[in-house]
Design a protein around this ligand. Structure first.
Ligand code: AMP
Length: 432
C-alpha cells in the first residue's frame, strides 16, 4: 500500500514525501480512506502510531476542495488535552499542508489571548485548540463555529482524565449538528464509550496496537529498591552506564521537582516538565532535552503524553503508574522507529500491586536486576503471572443516531472538575 493509492492529491503527497514517509502506517491506511469518504471514525490508537497524519492528511484533502473560512470562522476543529500536543499537532498540520492555500493556527491557555484573537480574525481552515482557551475565545466572539465541518477529539481519554468533559460538552453544544466526527483515544473506558455514543455516528472503527505493546525492541527490567533509595540508585545507573538522554517518569509534580533537584545536585543536568510549569519553562525543557543540553527530563504522565520524542534510548519509571496502560505508553517512548531502547522501573515494596497489574496487562513477568549496594530492606515480593484476562481497549460500536453530544443523558461520573490550574492550552503558530 502506498500513499498515492489512498486518494490524496499531489500537494499533500509531495509534503508527505518530503517528510520521508514511504508507506502509510496501519492507522493511516484505514483512517485516510474513511475520512475522505466523509465517515465518522472512532480509533483506538496512541502516539507513535502515526495517528496525527491519519486524521490531518484527509482533513486537509477535504478542506482543500471547499470554500475558505470566513471571518472568525473555522472549518476543522482539533481538540487536544495539552498545550504540547496542540503545538505538535499544529506543526503537523502546517507541515502536511504547506503546499495548500489553507490557513491553520493553534490556541491554548497560559499565553496572551489577544494575538490569538488577531489570528482568528480572518478565519482559519484548521484550528487546533485546547478546550479551556477555545471556550474563552468563543465567549469573546473571537471564534465562530457555524462553518465547522470536521471535529477531531485527539487523546479523548486523556481529556477526560484531565477533567475537560464539561468544556468538551459545552463546545459540542455549539457546533453545527451536521459535521464529521473523528475520535482518537489510547484506551476505551466506559466513560469514553459514553462520550462516543453522543458524538460519532455509525463510525468506522479502527484499532491499532501501539508499536511497542509487545515491546520486542525494548528491553524492560525492574530494579527492586527501597523508596528512599530511588534517587541514589537512579544517579548510579545514569552515571555508571553513561546514559546521555533519559526520560524519567514521576507520578507527582513534587516528586518530579525533587528528583530534578537531586540530579542537578549530583552534577547531572535535568529539567522537570509538568502541569505546574509555565508554558515557557515546558517548551524550553523539552527543546533542551531534544537538543541534548539537558540529559534527564523528568515528566509526569500527563505532561509527557503526546510528546513526540523519537528514539529515546532510556526510559525510567521512577514510580510505577497507577494505571497499568500508562506503563505501556511510557515505555513506548523507547526504541521508536526501529531503534532499541531500555526501560527500567524502580520498584519498591509498596508498588507490588501496580507491578502485578502491569505484568498481567502485558502478559509477561518483567525481569528483575538487583543493583549492588541497593538491596531493599523492604523486600519486593516475587511476581506470579495472573492469567485472568484484562478488559481489552477495543472500541465498541456506539448506538447510531446521536450526533450532538447533548442528548445521550450521560454524566461525567467520577471526574473532578477542572480547576484553574488545570487549564492546559496556549502558544501560537500559524501558516498561510
Ligand atoms: P504520531 O503517532 O502521530 O504522534 O506520529 C508518530 C511519529 O511517526 C511522528 O514523528 C511522525 O512524523 C511519524 N510518522 C507518521 N506517519 C509516518 C509514516 N507513514 N512513515 C514514517 N513515519 C511516520
Amino acid at each position: 500500500m502506498s500513499f498515492t493509492s489512498l486518494g490524496l492529491s499531489a500537494p499533500i503527497l509531495e509534503a508527505i514525501s518530503e517528510q520521508g514517509y514511504e508507506t502509510p502506517s496501519p492507522i493511516q491506511s484505514q483512517a485516510i480512506p474513511a475520512v475522505l469518504e466523509g465517515r465518522d471514525v472512532m480509533a483506538a490508537a496512541q502516539t507513535g502510531t502515526g495517528k496525527t497524519a491519519g486524521f490531518t492528511l484527509p482533513i486537509l484533502e477535504l478542506l482543500s476542495k471547499g470554500q475558505p473560512a470566513q471571518a472568525n470562522q473555522i472549518r476543522a476543529l482539533i481538540l487536544t488535552p495539552t498545550r504540547e500536543l496542540a503545538a505538535q499537532v499544529a506543526e503537523s498540520v502546517a507541515t502536511y499542508g504547506k503546499n495548500l492555500p489553507l490557513r491553520s493556527t493553534v490556541v491554548f491557555g497560559g499565553v496572551k489571548i489577544n494575538p490569538q484573537m488577531m489570528k482568528l480574525r480572518k478565519g482559519v481552515d484548521v484550528l487546533v485548540a485546547t478546550p479551556g482557551r477555545l471556550l474563552d475565545l468563543y465567549g469573546q466572539n473571537a471564534v465562530k463555529f457555524n462553518q465547522v465541518e470536521v471535529l477531531v477529539l485527539d487523546e479523548a481519554d486523556r481529556m477526560l482524565d484531565m477533567g475537560f468533559i464539561h468544556d468538551i460538552r459545552k463546545i459540542l453544544a455549539q457546533l453545527p449538528k451536521q459535521r464529521q466526527n473523528l475520535m482518537f483515544s489510547a484506551t476505551f473506558s466506559d466513560e469514553i464509550r459514553t462520550l462516543a455514543k453522543g458524538l460519532v455516528n455509525d463510525p468506522v472503527e479502527i484499532s491499532v496496537s501501539p508499536r511497542n505493546t509487545t515491546v520486542e525492541s525494548v528491553e524492560q527490567w525492574i530494579c527492586p529498591v527501597d523508596k528512599n533509595k530511588k534517587s541514589a540508585v537512579l544517579t548510579k545507573l545514569i552515571t555508571e552506564n553513561e546514559w546521555q538522554q533519559v526520560l524519567v517518569f514521576s507520578r507527582t509534580k513534587h516528586g518530579a521537582n525533587r528528583l530534578t533537584r537531586h540530579l542537578e545536585g549530583k552534577g547531572i543536568s535535568a529539567a522537570a516538565i509538568h502541569g505546574n510549569k509555565s508554558q515557557g519553562a515546558r517548551t524550553k525543557a523539552l527543546a533542551n532535552f531534544k537538543n541534548g543540553s539537558v540529559r534527564v527530563l523528568v515528566a509526569t504522565d500527563i505532561a509527557a503524553r503526546g510528546l513526540d520524542i523519537d528514539q529515546l534510548p532510556q526510559v525510567v519509571n521512577f514510580d510505577l503508574p497507577n494505571v497499568p496502560e500508562d506503563y505501556v505508553h511510557r515505555i513506548g517512548r523507547t526504541g521508536r522507529a526501529g531503534a532499541t531502547g531500555q526501560a527500567v522501573s524502580l520498584v519498591c515494596a509498596d508498588e507490588f500491586k501496580q507491578l502485578s497489574d502491569i505484568e498481567r496487562l502485558i502478559k509477561q513477568l518483567i525481569a528483575r536486576k538487583q543493583i549492588d549496594g541497593f538491596e531493599p530492606v523492604n523486600k519486593l515480593p516475587e511476581s506470579r503471572l495472573n492469567q485472568r484476562p484484562v478488559r481489552t481497549n477495543k472500541p465498541k460500536k456506539p448506538k447510531a443516531g446521536h450526533r450532538d453530544g447533548q442528548r445521550s443523558g450521560e454524566n461525567a461520573q467520577g471526574h473532578k472538575p477542572r480547576g484553574k490550574n488545570k487549564r492546559h492550552a496556549s502558544g501560537l503558530r500559524s501558516t498561510a
